[in-house]
Each structure stands twice: as structure tokens, then as C-alpha cells.
Design a protein around this ligand. Structure first.
Ligand code: FE
Length: 195
């Protein structure tokens, strides 16, 4: 295929050599791809968020010891050996970055988006968070403090977004469907529903 990137060509070449040498099977590769597209992803984080919105006791646990909570859910994907969940409120907006590279809680958010690894995002969210967030569609009043959390190999962060207005009648499963990946990184505010 003519429009493949050099990385894609390299990955394919590597894959076929490993399969040819008997070090890897095509089924194993397919299994990993299926796992990351169907079982590991932001739908896992969304389940935690929706539960926290409807269950104050669970929310308290999630905010005090997310690592144990995530362990009890048994999500695959890893990268959550130490997870901290930070809560957005009317007064504080949290956003997550890895200034050093691309540390990210795979088990709850899946694989990181391209922009998360971009040097521009990694520096600007620290240097000028209000400006960058507004460019990404999050316009915060000046009474709202912004806290930026720097993920690392030791500790990963996830944002608990605010529950959108007009969703009082929704059940936990329906609420989970409203939660986006970006809202759990802190670069999106979930829109309210007309009630
Ligand atoms: Fe990193």
C-alpha cells in the first residue's frame, strides 16, 4: 500500500520476520489488536466515572485509593500500578500530561492519543494551561483554578469529570456512555443535556 508510513512498513516487516522465524504467531498479534480495540479503552474509565457519579461511597474510594478500585475491576492493559483520580469541581479543573514522555493509564483510558505525546501539548499545558485548554474547547472562568498533573512511570492520573447537568434521570450504564476519553484527561468538559 502506497500510503503507509515508514513506521507502519517497519512494523509490518518486523511482524512478518518474527512470524517467519516462529517467534510470534499471527493469531497472537490479532489477539493483542482485538484486546486493545475491544477490551482496553476509555470505556473502562467511563465505568468508574459513572459509578462515582451515582455512588458517593464508591466515589470516595476512587478518590482516595484508585489503585485498589481499579485492581478490583480487573481491567486489562496495565500501566495503572499506581493510579490517582482527581476530581473536577466548579472551583478546580484538572488536566493530565506526561511532560517527560507519554505515561498514561492504559487500563482505564486505552492507548494515548497522538496529541498527548506531542511536545507542544506537553509544554503548553504546563506553561499556559488556560490558553491551551480554551483552544481545545475548554473555556474556564477565572474563578476556576487549573491543576495540571504530571504522570510518570511511578504514578498515573485520571480526571473524574463533572456530571453534566440534565442527567439526573439517567442510569449508571447510560451515564457511562456520556463519558469521553478527553474528559478523563481533562481537556474536555462534558456538555449538559437540556432537561
Ligand atoms: Fe511518560
Amino acid at each position: 500500500m502506497a500510503d503507509e508510513s515508514p513506521q507502519e512498513i517497519r512494523a509490518e516487516a518486523l511482524e512478518s520476520i518474527l512470524i517467519e522465524k516462529g517467534l510470534l504467531t499471527a493469531e497472537a498479534v490479532d489477539d493483542v489488536i482485538t484486546r486493545y480495540s475491544e477490551q482496553v479503552g476509555p470505556m473502562n474509565g467511563a465505568r468508574l466515572v459513572a459509578r462515582a457519579w451515582v455512588d458517593p461511597q464508591f466515589k470516595k474510594q476512587l478518590l482516595t485509593d484508585a489503585t485498589s478500585v481499579v485492581k478490583s475491576f480487573g481491567f486489562e492493559g496495565g500501566q495503572v500500578e499506581k493510579l490517582v483520580v482527581v476530581e473536577n469541581t466548579n472551583k478546580v479543573h484538572n488536566a493530565v500530561v506526561c511532560t517527560l514522555c507519554s505515561c498514561y493509564p492504559w487500563a482505564v483510558l486505552g492507548l494515548p492519543p497522538k496529541w498527548y505525546k506531542d511536545p507542544a501539548y506537553r509544554s503548553r499545558i504546563v506553561m499556559e494551561p488556560r490558553q491551551l485548554l480554551s483552544e481545545m474547547g475548554v473555556r474556564l472562568g477565572h474563578h476556576v483554578d487549573i491543576q495540571v498533573w504530571d504522570s510518570s512511570a511511578e504514578i498515573r492520573y485520571m480526571v473524574l469529570p463533572m456530571r453534566p447537568s440534565g442527567t439526573q434521570h439517567l442510569k449508571e450504564e447510560q451515564l457511562a456512555e456520556l463519558v469521553t476519553r478527553d474528559s478523563m484527561i481533562g481537556v474536555e468538559v462534558l456538555p449538559g443535556k437540556p432537561s
